[in-house]
Write a protein that binds this ligand. Structure first.
Ligand SMILES: C[S@@+](CC[C@H](N)C(=O)[O-])C[C@H]1O[C@@H](n2cnc3c(N)ncnc32)[C@H](O)[C@@H]1O
Length: 260
């Protein structure tokens, strides 16, 4: 490692609720000289930062790429070469659909010291806040975390038909714009068309919203609700738990869009 360079911490910020950050992450935010943070990071977490800490927004919204990944990697190197202590704060966990590995490879290339601080991924916490356990005995013995983002070529990167039979619960990140296609493919692959689906928007934030539907009705229900990202899609029988568990464990109020 190059001793004249600073250190970069790749830190998970958790899914949104500011209390769902780790003790280690909060302590690093207090020490940081530069923090680069994403769109899905709760901005309240920046209150941990000391006066004078440089805050750099590198967030991306869908189709509005504020920072191409390559430029972001260069920015990390740039600050590290100034000898600074840097926190790269990412929504959820840095290694779950977070491109954390790409950033680290760039740091290694420049002999820059780094550390990864895992965070609570939205794929588990967001359903949990809605009373949806991603696994449950006798109901779901397997769960798959998957991206719903279609490939640039327009071809799916995931074999949805194969997944239909392979996993009890399917948790889809970044799947809102492709949701109807995913539902159709899963049914074509053998999932029952009445399989429950939950779409949860801004989960664990005070403005969280949930739409519940089925694979068969999903497209129509989303249109009726005008459902928009960012959201997580949970597919499987575990969604039914929300009817019993949501009022008990939910810590923030939820706007229910549709309830089947
Ligand atoms: C680029 S991925 C990053 C995932 C993140 N690294 C994690 O572990 O949660 C972004 C996607 O995560 C999901 N997501 C993250 N936070 C969310 C939240 N609070 N509510 C609903 N979905 C969320 C959405 O599907 C969003 O499009």
């Amino acid at each position: 490692m190059n001793p004249s360079c600073g250190k970069v911490y790749l830190v998970g910020a958790g899914p949104g609720d500011p209390e769902l950050i780790t003790v280690k992450a909060a302590s690093l935010l207090k020490q940081a000289e530069v923090v680069l943070y994403d769109y899905l990071v709760n901005k309240e977490l920046l209150e941990y930062c000391q006066t004078g800490c440089e805050l750099v927004y590198v967030g991306k919204k869908k189709d509005k790429h504020t920072y191409p990944q390559e430029e972001l990697n260069d920015l990390l190197v740039h600050f590290a070469q100034q000898g600074k202590t840097i926190v790269r704060l990412k929504g959820g966990d840095p290694f779950v659909f977070g491109r954390g590995a790409e950033e680290i490879l760039k740091l290694i290339e420049h002999q820059i010291d780094y550390e990864v601080v895992p965070g609570i991924t939205s794929g588990v916490a967001v359903p949990a806040y809605m009373g949806i356990p991603v696994t449950a005995r006798h109901v779901a013995s397997s769960v798959t975390f998957v991206t719903g983002h279609p490939a640039v070529s327009g071809k799916d990167v995931v074999d949805w038909q194969a997944m239909a039979k392979a996993s009890d619960t399917i948790v889809v990140y970044m799947g809102v714009s492709n949701a109807a296609r995913i539902a159709n493919e899963l049914v074509a692959g053998g999932k029952a068309d009445n399989t429950p689906v939950a779409l949860i928007r801004w989960g664990t934030y005070p403005q969280q919203e949930m739409l519940t539907s089925s694979l068969k009705n999903l497209e129509q229900d989303m249109q009726m609700a005008g459902f928009k990202p960012p959201a997580l899609m949970v597919i499987g029988e575990v969604v039914n738990f929300t009817k019993q568990l949501q009022p008990i464990i939910q810590s923030v109020k939820t706007k229910e869009l549709i309830y089947v």
